[in-house]
Design a protein around this ligand. Structure first.
Ligand code: SAM
Length: 230
């Protein structure tokens, strides 16, 4: 069994996702009490992919976050560095062009995507700033980014309940549905250590993204950050 630590060594992160791949989507639904589906709908609305547009879904895992863009008529490229997640994705969604690639060295030319998006992936990338710069590089001028990531609840009571739920309940519940409950210890730790909403917005701006803004979902448990390539 593999779990990553907070230094997020790429081989450990990839191996951890290889381990959880078969039960990844089921575990997500159970642990988020169904909220994942609402968060995914919000991402799809924010990206607003049009028929024929090219969309990069980075850290796409099994492609669950990619499928809605294909359904909207866009040409979506799911990209991930866990071969286990990609294999599981290809089994379930053979029509999608799953691509192996590291977020910090994307295997795409400059300026090829109308929109780039990453759901629950950026927090796991060792070098966040390199990934934000790579996303910018592969986006066309005028193109957009949408980042969906766990964040920090804005109201103190929710923050307390959430921290208790997250830190205490997550790993034991994960034991019942998941092949690698240790991965969910990493999940809790990495969420706690992740920058809050304004700090992530500042990182996007520093990477060169314009018109950066965010919207909280479920009181800030998740945040959607967006930006535009000038
Ligand atoms: C929690 S899953 C999210 C999958 C999918 N986006 C979703 O919403 O269900 C995180 C994914 O990020 C991928 N990942 C982490 N670091 C990466 C990197 N440096 N390059 C590419 N993928 C990475 C992992 O392999 C994993 O599949």
């Amino acid at each position: 069994m593999t779990r990553a630590s907070l230094d997020k060594q790429p081989h450990e992160v990839a191996a951890m996702f290889d381990d959880v791949a078969p039960k990844y989507d089921l575990t997500n639904d159970v642990l988020s009490l169904g909220q994942t589906r609402l968060w995914r709908k919000a991402v799809v609305r924010a990206v607003d992919a049009r028929p024929g547009e090219r969309v990069l879904d980075l850290a796409a895992g099994t492609g669950t976050s990619s499928q809605p863009f294909a359904a909207a008529g866009a040409y979506v490229v799911p990209c991930d560095f866990s071969l286990g997640m990609l294999r599981e994705g290809r089994k379930r969604q053979p029509h999608l062009p799953f691509t192996a690639g590291d977020a910090t060295r994307l295997p795409f030319a400059d300026g090829v995507f109308d929109a780039v998006t990453i759901s629950f992936g950026l927090r796991n990338v060792q070098d966040t700033d390199a990934a934000l710069a790579e996303l910018l590089r592969v986006t066309k001028p005028g193109g957009r980014v949408v980042i969906c990531e766990f964040s920090h609840p804005v109201l103190a009571p929710l923050r307390t309940v959430y921290t208790e739920y997250l830190m205490r309940a997550l790993p034991p519940i994960a034991t019942t549905v998941c092949s690698n409950p240790d991965a969910y210890v990493y999940l809790a730790e990495s969420i706690r250590a992740w920058p809050d909403q304004p700090a992530l917005a500042a990182r996007l701006q520093k990477a060169g993204w314009s018109k950066v803004a965010w919207r909280n979902l479920t009181g800030g448990i998740v945040a959607l950050h967006r930006g535009v390539r000038a």
